[in-house]
Design a protein around this ligand. Structure first.
Ligand code: PLP
Length: 494
């Protein structure tokens, strides 16, 4: 394909994507395919000779589309949102088109610098303490990680190294292996599975902290566990708080947990992948009070800020904690501005080079997505988007509350409503099975206190009131059928 053909095909592809999104609500949101459906539809080996673009595109319709779950559909209410937007898609096209890789400042100055500034912009939108911003000449700053899972892992590994060094300062004879075998991390029993995964990769023990009646971790509970573990020779070193848990969007009490972590030299990381985005609205910002005690904090703009996947924003208070843990200096990365990078602080010469801030070396130009979206929506536009989702969720909550067959299972704070049919888990599983089988809307379940619960998340950029009303009507129709069948069945048995 030469530039002339790319020009033509590119315009067609933009039309294709625009048509797709404009008409997405007429598609079945959850595909009607069986596992393994695709293999028999394409050859078992890559072609030896080039094929035509028309043939490839034809197969997108024939092979791919029937197996797509349409995440951008207004009928999609599963997981948490993946809220991309047209400016974000265009920024991604530009990033692909430039094809540049920004691991050090010299490898792509614009990429390194825009990322640093965008994380400051976003940090200010969230009213983060100045400690987390890089422009204030403090020691903090932000970085874009691929996912929240990576941000948590980076925090845990940095905390591990910091603690090993700290213990060795007072006890130089003690081996790293011995210290690591005694390290202990904590997170909520409601935390995302990626926290436990980080502890497995980091080779440390993790304990799940029980939550209160609002599914929040409280200071007292953590304090007690830390004391127990210290008494038996363990070294508490890491606590991952969650703001907006995945099952029901609960919030750990970071303002009371933070001081304990600080007093005990426990690194506090805050995983606010979904809910953190809403803290750009002043009415939600109080939920972030206590962030001043945290060592690191992350949100996923790709969940709730109209930025396409992948984009997880992470801030650290002392960037040297991160960069010191992961600094490698091969000869091929040295360059003339090494020691005096643009946003450097004299004592941390490498913080401009994002290679030292994460696992991979190569990094995409992801900050373009933030820049385009922030400028095209403005803070006001992004706030309006979040408020609309929250309002729609409240509407759904009221519909559920107005029906005696159903109950709400957790406080509705943002775009997630946890609900269930009053009755057995089996009944609710049967309802979800019917919903999925019908394919009109898509949602997924969770477990709360051992009970099977349905999660309804307002996800789509184009979700409107009528979609919420339609979804509720659909759910109540299916549930009425189920309840009627159950009633008939019980009647027969009696
Ligand atoms: C979605 C989510 C994650 C996982 O995010 P990835 O970016 O896919 O790793 C982690 N934690 C919370 C609280 C989430 O909501």
């Amino acid at each position: 394909m030469d530039a002339a053909e790319f020009r033509r095909r590119g315009k067609e592809m933009v039309d294709f994507v625009a048509d797709y999104q404009e008409n997405i609500e007429h598609r079945r949101v959850y595909p009607d395919v069986e596992p393994g459906y695709l293999r028999s539809m394409i050859p078992s080996e890559a072609p030896l000779e080039p094929e035509s673009y028309e043939d490839v595109l034809r197969d997108v319709d024939r092979v791919i589309m029937p197996g797509v779950t349409h995440w951008l559909s207004p009928h999609f209410y599963a997981y948490y949102a993946n809220s991309t937007s047209f400016p974000s898609i265009l920024a991604d096209l530009l990033s692909s088109g430039i094809g540049t890789i920004g691991f050090t400042w010299a490898a792509n100055p614009a990429c390194s610098e825009l990322e640093t500034v965008m994380l400051d912009w976003l940090g200010k939108m969230l009213q983060l303490p100045e400690d987390f911003l890089s422009e204030t000449q403090g020691q903090g700053g932000g970085v874009i990680q691929g996912t929240a899972s990576e941000a948590t892992l980076m925090a845990l590994l940095s905390a591990r190294l910091k603690t090993v060094k700290c213990v060795q300062e007072s006890d130089p004879q003690r081996s790293e292996a011995d210290i690591i075998s005694k390290l202990i991390a904590y997170t909520s029993e409601e935390a995302h599975s990626s926290v436990e995964k980080a502890s497995i990769i980091g080779g440390v023990v993790i304990r799940m902290v029980p939550t209160d009646e609002h599914f929040s971790v409280r200071a007292e509970t953590l304090e007690k566990m830390v004391a127990e573990d210290k008494a038996t020779g363990y070294i508490p070193f890491f606590f991952c708080a969650t703001l907006g848990t995945t099952p029901c969007c609960a919030f750990d009490k970071i303002d009371e947990l933070g001081p304990i972590c600080n007093a005990e030299n426990i690194w506090m990381h805050i995983d606010a992948a979904y809910a953190g985005c809403a803290f750009i609205c002043p009415e939600f910002r109080p939920l972030l009070n206590g962030v001043e005690f945290a060592d690191s904090f992350s949100i996923n703009p790709n969940k709730f800020l109209l930025v396409g996947f992948d984009c997880s924003a992470m801030w650290v208070k002392k960037s040297a904690d991160l960069t010191r843990a992961f600094q490698m200096d091969p000869e091929y990365l040295k360059h003339e501005h090494q020691g005096s990078g643009w946003c450097n602080h004299l004592h941390q010469p490498y913080s401009t080079h994002k290679i030292h801030w994460g696992i991979p070396m190569a990094r995409r130009f992801r900050s373009l997505k933030l820049w385009f979206v922030f400028r095209m929506y403005g803070l006001r536009g992004l706030q309006a988007f979040i408020r609309k989702h929250v309002e729609l969720a409240k509407t759904f909550e009221n519909l559920v509350r107005g029906d005696n067959n159903f109950e709400i299972c957790a406080e509705v704070v943002m775009g997630l409503v946890c609900f269930r049919l009053k009755g057995s888990d089996e009944l609710n599983k049967a309802l979800l099975k019917q919903i999925t089988r019908t394919g009109k809307i898509y949602l997924v379940p969770c477990k709360l206190r051992g009970r099977f619960v349905l999660r309804f998340v307002v996800c789509g950029r184009t979700t409107e009131l009528r979609h919420i009303q339609e979804a509720w009507k659909h759910i109540t129709e299916l549930s009425s059928e189920l309840l009627q069948n159950l009633f008939d069945h019980e009647g027969k048995e009696n």
